[in-house]
Design a protein around this ligand. Structure first.
Ligand code: HEC
Ligand code: HEC
Ligand code: HEC
Ligand code: HEC
Length: 180
């Protein structure tokens, strides 16, 4: 192999590795998002979320009602120990993708919908929407895109499934930045 080929191969390897690490953002938890997303001016996204049912999606699995649902479904484990239940009720990523501040008890949280935040959470990236999306931030343009996200969990695989109605349900969790 010529020296050039080796350099080219190394460059290729570095490229592959760096794109792999950017695809492997870690989950930083709601307290990280709260630092910047809880002011009046920003739209108090953290407060809106903490008052929503999504913030209780994990704790609801600790109820007797949840255990009864799990038993009825044929599971031998408690609801909160059943991966099938946890999948829609919190983030169940590999432990090495969960930062110290991440809390499974926060249920359906910011990063459930916006993607793991380690790559986009810094101010310089956040202020530039295009940069943020390149760094892993997931955004949803319109009713169609938002509905597609919601029905990944709000569907008939949920043992308590209610029909998902955008016009009724989006306003209950809506958290846009106020218009200037
Ligand atoms: C260091 C402060 C900071 C942190 C931490 C932070 N953000 Fe942001 N974020 C911002 C700012 C500033 C904007 C731009 C707001 C604007 O458009 O006025 C923004 C914008 C956004 C947007 C809208 C992007 C767009 O395309 O309009 C989303 C979604 C978002 N942040 C989610 C999150 C989530 C989820 C977390 C936690 C994982 C987080 N942010 C952490 C400061 C922050
Ligand atoms: C259940 C899913 C879901 C959760 C949980 C969630 N978001 Fe969002 N978020 C969305 C969707 C969908 C939009 C796109 C709405 C739009 O702009 O039309 C959005 C938009 C935003 C925006 C941009 C608003 C704008 O005006 O452009 C910010 C900022 C944001 N979210 C931050 C957060 C933060 C911070 C948290 C956690 C405290 C959070 N979100 C939790 C689904 C979610
Ligand atoms: C990761 C899974 C997941 C996603 C994605 C998700 N949800 Fe939910 N949602 C849940 C769970 C689980 C509950 C029940 C929490 C509880 O009862 O404590 C819930 C409850 C709700 C509720 C409370 C009313 C009810 O039927 O219990 C509303 C409103 C809601 N979601 C709206 C939305 C909207 C709008 C979207 C899309 C922007 C969305 N959700 C996306 C899992 C999800
Ligand atoms: C496909 C996603 C999904 C799965 C899998 C799932 N859930 Fe849920 N769960 C939801 C959603 C969404 C809601 C909100 C109500 C609905 O279904 O529209 C919810 C609501 C609940 C509630 C609140 C009661 C209510 O009527 O709102 C309990 C309790 C619950 N789930 C327990 C469980 C248990 C136990 C399991 C496992 C056997 C499970 N869930 C599996 C998505 C799911």
């Amino acid at each position: 192999m010529s020296r050039f080929t080796i350099i080219a191969l190394l460059a290729g390897l570095i490229f592959v590795l760096s794109s792999l690490t950017s695809a492997q953002n870690t989950y930083v938890g709601t307290t990280t998002c709260k630092m910047c997303h809880n002011t009046e001016k920003q739209g108090k996204q953290f407060e809106i979320w903490s008052k929503s049912k999504h913030s209780e999606a994990y704790s609801v699995l600790l109820t007797k009602e949840a255990d009864a649902i799990a038993t009825k479904k044929g599971f031998k484990t408690k609801a909160v120990e059943t991966p099938e239940c946890l999948g829609c009720h919190t983030i169940t990523a590999d432990a090495k993708l969960l930062d110290k501040k991440f809390d499974v008890k926060d249920g359906v949280q910011c990063e459930s919908c916006h993607g793991a935040g380690s790559g986009y959470k810094n101010m310089a990236t956040m202020k530039d929407a295009k940069k943020a999306e390149k760094a892993g931030l997931l955004m949803y343009e319109d009713e169609k895109a938002i509905t597609a996200l919601c029905v990944t969990c709000h569907n008939e695989k949920s043992p308590t499934a209610k029909k998902f109605e955008y016009a009724k349900m989006w306003p209950q969790i809506e958290h846009r930045v106020p218009k200037k």
